[in-house]
Design a binder for this molecule. Structure first.
Ligand code: ATP
Ligand code: MG
Length: 361
Protein backbone atom coordinates (compact mmCIF):
# COMPACT_ATOMS: atom_id res chain seq x y z
CA UNK A 1 0.00 0.00 0.00
CA UNK A 2 1.19 3.51 -0.83
CA UNK A 3 1.19 5.75 2.23
CA UNK A 4 2.40 8.90 0.54
CA UNK A 5 2.60 9.90 -3.08
CA UNK A 6 3.87 13.07 -4.66
CA UNK A 7 3.18 13.71 -8.33
CA UNK A 8 4.97 16.25 -10.47
CA UNK A 9 5.29 18.77 -7.66
CA UNK A 10 6.40 22.30 -8.50
CA UNK A 11 7.20 24.96 -5.95
CA UNK A 12 8.68 28.44 -6.31
CA UNK A 13 10.06 30.80 -3.72
CA UNK A 14 9.23 34.17 -5.27
CA UNK A 15 10.40 33.94 -8.86
CA UNK A 16 12.84 31.14 -8.18
CA UNK A 17 11.74 27.59 -8.98
CA UNK A 18 12.92 25.30 -6.18
CA UNK A 19 11.02 22.06 -6.86
CA UNK A 20 10.81 21.39 -10.58
CA UNK A 21 8.52 18.43 -11.01
CA UNK A 22 9.24 15.95 -8.23
CA UNK A 23 7.43 12.60 -8.15
CA UNK A 24 7.92 9.92 -5.51
CA UNK A 25 6.07 7.50 -3.33
CA UNK A 26 6.46 5.88 0.04
CA UNK A 27 5.07 2.42 0.65
CA UNK A 28 3.79 1.11 3.95
CA UNK A 29 6.62 0.04 6.24
CA UNK A 30 9.26 1.67 4.08
CA UNK A 31 12.05 4.06 5.05
CA UNK A 32 12.98 6.40 2.21
CA UNK A 33 15.79 8.93 2.38
CA UNK A 34 15.92 12.20 0.52
CA UNK A 35 19.54 12.83 -0.25
CA UNK A 36 21.18 15.70 -2.07
CA UNK A 37 23.54 18.63 -1.80
CA UNK A 38 22.76 21.72 0.23
CA UNK A 39 20.05 23.78 -1.46
CA UNK A 40 18.77 20.96 -3.66
CA UNK A 41 15.25 21.22 -2.18
CA UNK A 42 15.12 18.42 0.40
CA UNK A 43 13.66 20.47 3.24
CA UNK A 44 11.32 22.25 0.83
CA UNK A 45 9.89 18.94 -0.38
CA UNK A 46 9.38 17.75 3.19
CA UNK A 47 7.71 21.03 4.17
CA UNK A 48 5.43 20.87 1.14
CA UNK A 49 4.35 17.35 2.10
CA UNK A 50 3.75 18.55 5.67
CA UNK A 51 1.61 21.43 4.38
CA UNK A 52 4.01 24.11 5.59
CA UNK A 53 4.79 25.45 2.11
CA UNK A 54 2.37 26.05 -0.76
CA UNK A 55 3.33 24.36 -4.03
CA UNK A 56 2.47 25.83 -7.42
CA UNK A 57 1.36 22.66 -9.16
CA UNK A 58 1.21 18.89 -8.74
CA UNK A 59 -0.52 16.54 -6.33
CA UNK A 60 0.17 15.10 -2.88
CA UNK A 61 -1.72 12.13 -1.48
CA UNK A 62 -1.42 10.78 2.06
CA UNK A 63 -3.00 7.34 2.26
CA UNK A 64 -6.20 7.58 0.24
CA UNK A 65 -6.61 11.28 0.84
CA UNK A 66 -5.55 13.98 -1.61
CA UNK A 67 -4.06 16.70 0.60
CA UNK A 68 -2.92 18.96 -2.21
CA UNK A 69 -4.07 19.24 -5.78
CA UNK A 70 -2.82 22.09 -7.94
CA UNK A 71 -5.55 21.59 -10.56
CA UNK A 72 -8.55 21.19 -8.26
CA UNK A 73 -6.97 23.83 -6.01
CA UNK A 74 -7.76 22.05 -2.79
CA UNK A 75 -5.48 21.81 0.17
CA UNK A 76 -5.70 20.08 3.54
CA UNK A 77 -4.22 22.16 6.37
CA UNK A 78 -0.95 21.06 7.95
CA UNK A 79 -2.53 20.15 11.30
CA UNK A 80 -5.08 17.93 9.56
CA UNK A 81 -2.54 15.89 7.59
CA UNK A 82 -1.85 13.57 10.52
CA UNK A 83 1.90 13.38 9.98
CA UNK A 84 4.62 12.98 12.57
CA UNK A 85 7.26 15.68 12.12
CA UNK A 86 10.82 15.78 13.40
CA UNK A 87 12.75 18.82 12.25
CA UNK A 88 16.41 19.70 12.22
CA UNK A 89 16.24 21.95 15.26
CA UNK A 90 14.10 19.64 17.31
CA UNK A 91 12.91 22.49 19.56
CA UNK A 92 11.62 20.88 22.72
CA UNK A 93 9.72 23.15 25.07
CA UNK A 94 12.35 24.07 27.68
CA UNK A 95 9.90 24.58 30.53
CA UNK A 96 8.08 21.31 30.00
CA UNK A 97 9.36 17.99 31.30
CA UNK A 98 10.09 15.09 28.98
CA UNK A 99 6.66 13.67 29.82
CA UNK A 100 4.90 16.97 29.10
CA UNK A 101 6.77 17.48 25.85
CA UNK A 102 5.69 14.12 24.52
CA UNK A 103 2.16 14.43 25.94
CA UNK A 104 1.55 17.74 24.18
CA UNK A 105 0.26 16.44 20.81
CA UNK A 106 -2.20 14.19 22.67
CA UNK A 107 -3.40 17.08 24.84
CA UNK A 108 -3.98 19.11 21.70
CA UNK A 109 -6.14 16.25 20.46
CA UNK A 110 -7.99 16.30 23.79
CA UNK A 111 -7.41 12.70 24.80
CA UNK A 112 -8.38 11.65 28.35
CA UNK A 113 -5.58 12.03 30.92
CA UNK A 114 -5.35 8.31 31.72
CA UNK A 115 -4.88 7.41 28.05
CA UNK A 116 -2.30 10.16 27.60
CA UNK A 117 -0.30 8.80 30.52
CA UNK A 118 -0.42 5.29 29.17
CA UNK A 119 0.62 6.22 25.63
CA UNK A 120 3.37 8.62 26.63
CA UNK A 121 4.87 6.09 29.01
CA UNK A 122 4.73 3.40 26.34
CA UNK A 123 6.53 5.58 23.78
CA UNK A 124 9.15 6.77 26.26
CA UNK A 125 9.74 3.18 27.30
CA UNK A 126 10.32 2.15 23.69
CA UNK A 127 12.77 4.99 23.24
CA UNK A 128 14.72 4.00 26.34
CA UNK A 129 13.68 7.19 28.12
CA UNK A 130 11.39 5.65 30.74
CA UNK A 131 13.61 6.79 33.60
CA UNK A 132 13.79 10.41 32.42
CA UNK A 133 10.12 11.40 32.28
CA UNK A 134 10.41 14.17 34.89
CA UNK A 135 13.63 15.75 33.55
CA UNK A 136 13.69 19.03 31.66
CA UNK A 137 15.37 19.21 28.23
CA UNK A 138 18.40 21.18 29.50
CA UNK A 139 19.27 18.23 31.73
CA UNK A 140 19.39 15.76 28.84
CA UNK A 141 22.19 14.82 26.46
CA UNK A 142 21.84 15.72 22.77
CA UNK A 143 20.94 12.15 21.87
CA UNK A 144 18.31 11.99 24.60
CA UNK A 145 16.77 15.28 23.42
CA UNK A 146 16.68 13.91 19.91
CA UNK A 147 14.82 10.84 21.12
CA UNK A 148 12.30 12.97 23.00
CA UNK A 149 11.62 14.87 19.75
CA UNK A 150 11.13 11.56 17.94
CA UNK A 151 8.81 10.40 20.75
CA UNK A 152 6.74 13.55 20.40
CA UNK A 153 6.32 12.86 16.68
CA UNK A 154 5.40 9.20 17.17
CA UNK A 155 3.08 9.40 20.16
CA UNK A 156 -0.17 9.78 18.22
CA UNK A 157 0.69 6.90 15.88
CA UNK A 158 0.94 8.80 12.62
CA UNK A 159 1.21 6.33 9.74
CA UNK A 160 3.84 8.54 8.08
CA UNK A 161 6.66 10.39 9.78
CA UNK A 162 8.79 13.06 8.15
CA UNK A 163 12.25 13.62 9.54
CA UNK A 164 14.55 16.47 8.50
CA UNK A 165 18.14 15.63 9.40
CA UNK A 166 17.01 14.17 12.73
CA UNK A 167 20.51 13.04 13.69
CA UNK A 168 22.44 16.11 12.58
CA UNK A 169 23.11 17.42 16.06
CA UNK A 170 24.81 14.26 17.24
CA UNK A 171 28.51 13.61 17.07
CA UNK A 172 29.73 10.95 14.63
CA UNK A 173 29.78 8.02 16.99
CA UNK A 174 26.44 8.68 18.68
CA UNK A 175 25.01 9.25 15.25
CA UNK A 176 25.98 5.80 14.04
CA UNK A 177 24.28 4.22 17.04
CA UNK A 178 21.22 6.43 16.66
CA UNK A 179 20.67 5.54 13.01
CA UNK A 180 20.49 1.82 13.78
CA UNK A 181 18.16 2.55 16.67
CA UNK A 182 15.94 4.79 14.52
CA UNK A 183 15.63 2.28 11.71
CA UNK A 184 14.78 -0.51 14.11
CA UNK A 185 12.18 1.66 15.85
CA UNK A 186 10.46 2.67 12.60
CA UNK A 187 10.26 -0.96 11.49
CA UNK A 188 9.10 -2.20 14.89
CA UNK A 189 6.27 0.33 15.00
CA UNK A 190 5.28 -0.46 11.39
CA UNK A 191 5.59 3.19 10.32
CA UNK A 192 6.61 4.65 7.00
CA UNK A 193 9.24 7.32 7.09
CA UNK A 194 10.59 9.94 4.73
CA UNK A 195 13.88 11.23 6.04
CA UNK A 196 16.11 14.03 4.81
CA UNK A 197 19.84 13.72 5.14
CA UNK A 198 22.85 14.97 3.26
CA UNK A 199 25.02 12.15 4.51
CA UNK A 200 25.14 9.35 1.93
CA UNK A 201 26.42 6.78 4.44
CA UNK A 202 23.51 7.50 6.74
CA UNK A 203 21.02 7.33 3.85
CA UNK A 204 22.37 3.93 2.79
CA UNK A 205 22.37 2.54 6.32
CA UNK A 206 18.90 3.64 7.28
CA UNK A 207 16.75 3.37 4.17
CA UNK A 208 15.10 0.86 1.90
CA UNK A 209 15.20 3.37 -0.94
CA UNK A 210 17.04 6.59 -1.65
CA UNK A 211 15.87 9.55 -3.71
CA UNK A 212 18.73 11.73 -4.84
CA UNK A 213 17.71 15.33 -5.45
CA UNK A 214 19.72 17.58 -7.73
CA UNK A 215 18.64 21.18 -8.09
CA UNK A 216 14.94 20.56 -7.49
CA UNK A 217 14.65 17.36 -9.52
CA UNK A 218 15.11 13.70 -8.73
CA UNK A 219 18.38 12.68 -10.33
CA UNK A 220 18.02 8.98 -9.57
CA UNK A 221 16.17 6.75 -7.13
CA UNK A 222 16.65 3.18 -6.05
CA UNK A 223 17.79 0.85 -3.31
CA UNK A 224 21.07 1.71 -1.59
CA UNK A 225 22.69 -1.11 -3.61
CA UNK A 226 21.43 0.30 -6.91
CA UNK A 227 22.43 3.85 -6.05
CA UNK A 228 25.92 2.88 -4.93
CA UNK A 229 26.52 0.04 -7.37
CA UNK A 230 24.89 1.31 -10.58
CA UNK A 231 24.74 5.10 -10.63
CA UNK A 232 23.26 6.19 -13.94
CA UNK A 233 24.84 9.65 -13.96
CA UNK A 234 28.15 11.20 -12.99
CA UNK A 235 26.33 13.29 -10.38
CA UNK A 236 24.95 10.18 -8.69
CA UNK A 237 28.29 8.35 -8.89
CA UNK A 238 30.03 11.32 -7.30
CA UNK A 239 27.43 11.79 -4.59
CA UNK A 240 27.21 8.19 -3.47
CA UNK A 241 30.86 7.28 -2.94
CA UNK A 242 34.57 8.07 -3.06
CA UNK A 243 35.89 7.95 -6.60
CA UNK A 244 38.77 8.22 -8.98
CA UNK A 245 37.97 10.27 -12.08
CA UNK A 246 39.89 10.09 -15.33
CA UNK A 247 39.05 12.54 -18.08
CA UNK A 248 39.66 11.43 -21.66
CA UNK A 249 38.02 10.81 -25.00
CA UNK A 250 35.91 7.87 -26.20
CA UNK A 251 37.83 5.95 -28.87
CA UNK A 252 35.62 2.88 -29.18
CA UNK A 253 32.05 1.81 -28.31
CA UNK A 254 31.05 -1.85 -28.30
CA UNK A 255 28.14 -3.77 -26.67
CA UNK A 256 27.46 -1.15 -24.03
CA UNK A 257 31.15 -0.76 -23.22
CA UNK A 258 33.30 2.24 -24.02
CA UNK A 259 37.04 2.69 -24.26
CA UNK A 260 38.25 6.01 -22.89
CA UNK A 261 41.71 7.22 -23.70
CA UNK A 262 43.82 9.86 -22.02
CA UNK A 263 47.47 10.76 -22.07
CA UNK A 264 49.35 7.50 -21.60
CA UNK A 265 46.36 5.38 -20.54
CA UNK A 266 43.23 3.78 -21.91
CA UNK A 267 40.42 2.01 -20.05
CA UNK A 268 37.32 0.00 -20.84
CA UNK A 269 34.18 0.60 -18.80
CA UNK A 270 30.40 0.47 -18.86
CA UNK A 271 29.04 3.23 -21.07
CA UNK A 272 26.34 5.40 -19.50
CA UNK A 273 23.56 7.00 -21.55
CA UNK A 274 24.84 9.72 -23.86
CA UNK A 275 28.40 8.43 -24.30
CA UNK A 276 29.52 8.92 -27.91
CA UNK A 277 32.57 7.93 -29.89
CA UNK A 278 35.00 10.80 -30.38
CA UNK A 279 33.47 12.81 -27.52
CA UNK A 280 35.04 13.74 -24.17
CA UNK A 281 34.11 11.38 -21.33
CA UNK A 282 34.95 10.72 -17.69
CA UNK A 283 35.86 7.26 -16.47
CA UNK A 284 34.95 6.75 -12.82
CA UNK A 285 35.94 3.97 -10.43
CA UNK A 286 35.30 3.70 -6.68
CA UNK A 287 38.49 4.01 -4.65
CA UNK A 288 37.93 0.56 -3.10
CA UNK A 289 37.77 -1.13 -6.53
CA UNK A 290 41.30 -0.19 -7.56
CA UNK A 291 43.69 -3.13 -7.07
CA UNK A 292 47.42 -3.45 -7.10
CA UNK A 293 47.96 -5.55 -10.23
CA UNK A 294 50.05 -8.69 -9.82
CA UNK A 295 51.60 -8.80 -13.29
CA UNK A 296 51.52 -6.64 -16.35
CA UNK A 297 49.24 -9.05 -18.18
CA UNK A 298 46.06 -7.32 -17.17
CA UNK A 299 44.00 -5.00 -19.32
CA UNK A 300 42.70 -1.85 -17.76
CA UNK A 301 45.91 -1.30 -15.83
CA UNK A 302 47.85 1.89 -15.27
CA UNK A 303 51.38 2.21 -13.92
CA UNK A 304 51.98 5.13 -11.58
CA UNK A 305 54.41 6.02 -8.81
CA UNK A 306 53.14 6.07 -5.21
CA UNK A 307 53.30 9.60 -3.86
CA UNK A 308 52.06 9.11 -0.33
CA UNK A 309 50.25 6.67 1.98
CA UNK A 310 47.99 7.43 4.89
CA UNK A 311 47.29 5.02 7.74
CA UNK A 312 43.54 5.07 8.50
CA UNK A 313 43.41 2.40 11.21
CA UNK A 314 41.34 -0.22 9.41
CA UNK A 315 43.35 0.17 6.17
CA UNK A 316 45.88 2.26 4.25
CA UNK A 317 44.98 4.84 1.65
CA UNK A 318 47.50 5.33 -1.17
CA UNK A 319 47.88 8.20 -3.56
CA UNK A 320 49.50 7.53 -6.94
CA UNK A 321 50.33 10.34 -9.33
CA UNK A 322 52.17 10.87 -12.56
CA UNK A 323 55.55 12.58 -11.98
CA UNK A 324 56.17 16.28 -12.54
CA UNK A 325 54.27 19.41 -11.79
CA UNK A 326 50.70 19.07 -10.40
CA UNK A 327 48.29 20.44 -12.97
CA UNK A 328 44.51 20.38 -13.23
CA UNK A 329 43.99 17.30 -15.40
CA UNK A 330 46.96 15.38 -14.00
CA UNK A 331 46.52 11.63 -13.77
CA UNK A 332 46.15 10.58 -10.14
CA UNK A 333 44.57 7.55 -8.49
CA UNK A 334 43.61 6.66 -4.95
CA UNK A 335 43.41 3.10 -3.67
CA UNK A 336 43.11 1.20 -0.38
CA UNK A 337 45.20 -1.65 0.93
CA UNK A 338 46.32 -3.41 4.06
CA UNK A 339 50.02 -2.72 4.20
CA UNK A 340 52.52 0.06 3.92
CA UNK A 341 53.85 0.32 0.32
CA UNK A 342 57.24 1.51 -0.95
CA UNK A 343 57.20 4.82 -2.85
CA UNK A 344 58.04 3.12 -6.14
CA UNK A 345 56.23 2.62 -9.44
CA UNK A 346 53.12 0.40 -9.04
CA UNK A 347 50.81 -1.21 -11.51
CA UNK A 348 47.16 -0.58 -10.72
CA UNK A 349 44.31 -2.62 -12.05
CA UNK A 350 40.95 -0.94 -12.70
CA UNK A 351 38.62 -3.85 -13.55
CA UNK A 352 36.34 -2.94 -16.47
CA UNK A 353 33.20 -4.14 -14.66
CA UNK A 354 33.83 -1.49 -11.98
CA UNK A 355 34.60 1.36 -14.36
CA UNK A 356 31.72 3.62 -15.43
CA UNK A 357 32.01 5.95 -18.37
CA UNK A 358 29.93 9.13 -18.40
CA UNK A 359 29.75 11.88 -20.98
CA UNK A 360 31.78 14.88 -19.80
CA UNK A 361 29.57 17.85 -18.99
N1 ATP B 1 11.70 30.66 2.68
C1 ATP B 1 12.49 30.71 1.60
N2 ATP B 1 12.49 31.78 0.77
C2 ATP B 1 13.26 31.81 -0.34
N3 ATP B 1 14.09 30.83 -0.71
C3 ATP B 1 14.17 29.75 0.08
C4 ATP B 1 13.38 29.62 1.27
N4 ATP B 1 13.67 28.43 1.84
C5 ATP B 1 14.60 27.85 1.05
N5 ATP B 1 14.89 28.64 -0.02
C6 ATP B 1 15.82 28.29 -1.11
O1 ATP B 1 15.33 27.13 -1.74
C7 ATP B 1 16.41 26.25 -2.09
C8 ATP B 1 16.19 24.88 -1.48
O2 ATP B 1 16.26 25.00 -0.08
P1 ATP B 1 16.10 23.75 0.90
O3 ATP B 1 16.03 24.29 2.28
O4 ATP B 1 14.95 22.91 0.45
O5 ATP B 1 17.45 22.97 0.65
P2 ATP B 1 18.00 21.64 1.32
O6 ATP B 1 18.18 20.64 0.23
O7 ATP B 1 17.16 21.26 2.48
O8 ATP B 1 19.45 22.11 1.80
P3 ATP B 1 20.28 21.81 3.17
O9 ATP B 1 20.98 20.50 2.95
O10 ATP B 1 21.26 22.94 3.19
O11 ATP B 1 19.33 21.82 4.31
C9 ATP B 1 17.67 26.94 -1.63
O12 ATP B 1 18.24 27.58 -2.73
C10 ATP B 1 17.19 27.95 -0.60
O13 ATP B 1 18.02 29.07 -0.57
MG1 MG C 1 17.46 21.26 4.57
Amino acid sequence: MIELSVEDLHLDYGDTPVLKGVSMDLKQGEVVSLLGPSGSGKTTLLRAVAGLEGPKAGRIKIGERVVYDGVARNEVRAEDRNLGLVFQSYALWPHKTVFENVAYPLKLRKLPAAEIKERVEAVLGQLGLGHLTQRHPHALSGGQQQRVAIGRALVYNPPVILLDEPLSNLDAKLREEARAFLRELILRLGLSALMVTHDQGEAMAISDRILLLNNGKIEQQGTPQEMYGSPSTLFCAEFMGSNNRLAGKVTELRDGAARVQGEGWSLWGKAAAGVQEGQPATAVIRVEQVRLAAENTEDNAIALPLVTSMYLGDRWEYLFRAPGEITAGKLALRAYGHESLPTAQHRLSLPAKHVWVYPSA
